[in-house]
Design a protein around this ligand. Structure first.
Ligand SMILES: [Zn+2]
Length: 322
């Protein structure tokens, strides 16, 4: 079933959205993910596997696309939009037909952009995964396709291949990471296939894994199989319509979670602890915050997951810092 295979490959691909990987990750994907042959052959820009009439993955060659703002912009909802130059020859060329087929039937494609060339001394050629895209238009005069990052409904559709709902929502969370951060969800624009308790559980899993089950404030950790002390905190809380985007999250122990939610401390945009005046008015004994003013917090290795300054600014304003 080519369409099932495609959905499976693209769901795996989406997990790595925003990350930078070496050429081998795309050409010899099976070395990293045994059940997947390859994401892209890196020979031509448009990769169409023999088993499908649709393009599977497209490559933007040469340098970073962010250098040319005219070709890469963000939409109001944070999704990216770009133009893509196919192989010369218009829609007569088979590869271009494969991408036009994606446009016609609204079949998503993986999108990667080359970051460093083969000759790069340290890393050789590397590519950033921009995530799943939807081909929305073809302009025959300029000979360019218009591609947008995947909308929520299409993402739900592709990932519906994943029967485990928590796993599915985890992929959906990672799939947003090349989009521009938005601190609030517009619930009216989103229909979830995953229930609220399972979404909560997925958010928790993603954050705790990324922070290695450790409080970002005091580095406290307790993990014994499923028995974990640390909690996943929404910076902009759910009751204020805060998003489950991992950039709106931090792992904290129970005491620091409580203190953060009550505005007893907040974080600067440089992710340093700032204490509220409240702490000096309270009766305290052994309260693990007093000595921590201006201390930097622990950050996850994955830079894409770090707490976003827009969410932190909201938290400071909400709790009367600044
Ligand atoms: Zn703590």
């Amino acid at each position: 079933m080519p369409e099932e295979l495609r959905a499976k490959i693209l769901s795996e691909f989406a997990k790595y959205t925003g990350q930078i990987k070496p050429a081998a990750f795309f050409k010899w994907t099976h070395r990293y993910i045994p059940e997947i042959d390859r994401f892209h052959n890196l020979i031509t820009g448009i990769f169409k596997p023999a088993w499908s009439g649709y393009a599977l993955c497209i490559l933007i060659k040469q340098g970073s696309i962010y250098e040319d703002k005219d070709e890469f912009v963000f939409l109001d909802d944070g999704r990216w939009l770009m133009t893509y130059s196919p192989r010369k020859g218009g829609l007569e060329i088979p590869d271009n037909v494969a991408l036009a087929n994606c446009m016609q039937d609204k079949v998503p494609v993986g999108v990667i952009a080359q970051i460093t060339p083969k000759t790069h001394k340290k890393s050789g050629s590397t590519y950033q995964i921009l995530g799943l895209g939807i081909v929305t238009d073809y302009n025959p005069i300029q000979d360019v396709f218009e591609i947008q990052s995947i909308d929520w409904d299409t993402l739900e559709n592709v990932t519906s291949i994943m029967k485990d709902e928590e796993e599915r929502y985890q992929v959906q969370l990672y799939a947003q990471l090349a989009n521009e951060f938005r601190p609030f969800v517009k619930e009216e624009l989103v229909t979830y296939s995953v229930s609220a308790p399972k979404r909560e559980a997925s958010f928790r899993k993603v954050l705790l894994q990324e922070y290695q089950y450790t409080c970002a404030i005091c580095n406290l950790k307790f993990k014994l199989d499923n028995l974990v002390e640390a909690q996943a905190v929404h910076i902009v809380p759910k009751k204020e319509n805060g998003t489950d985007d991992p950039r709106n999250g931090i792992a904290m122990c129970r005491t620091h979670h409580w203190a953060f939610d009550n505005g007893i401390f907040s974080l600067t945009n440089n992710r340093e602890i700032i204490l509220s005046e409240k702490i000096y008015q309270a009766e305290l004994s052994n309260f693990p915050l007093v000595e921590m003013n201006h201390r930097p917090i622990l950050l996850p290795q994955n830079e894409l997951i770090r707490p976003h300054s827009e969410a932190l600014t909201w938290h400071r304003n909400y709790h009367g810092f600044c």
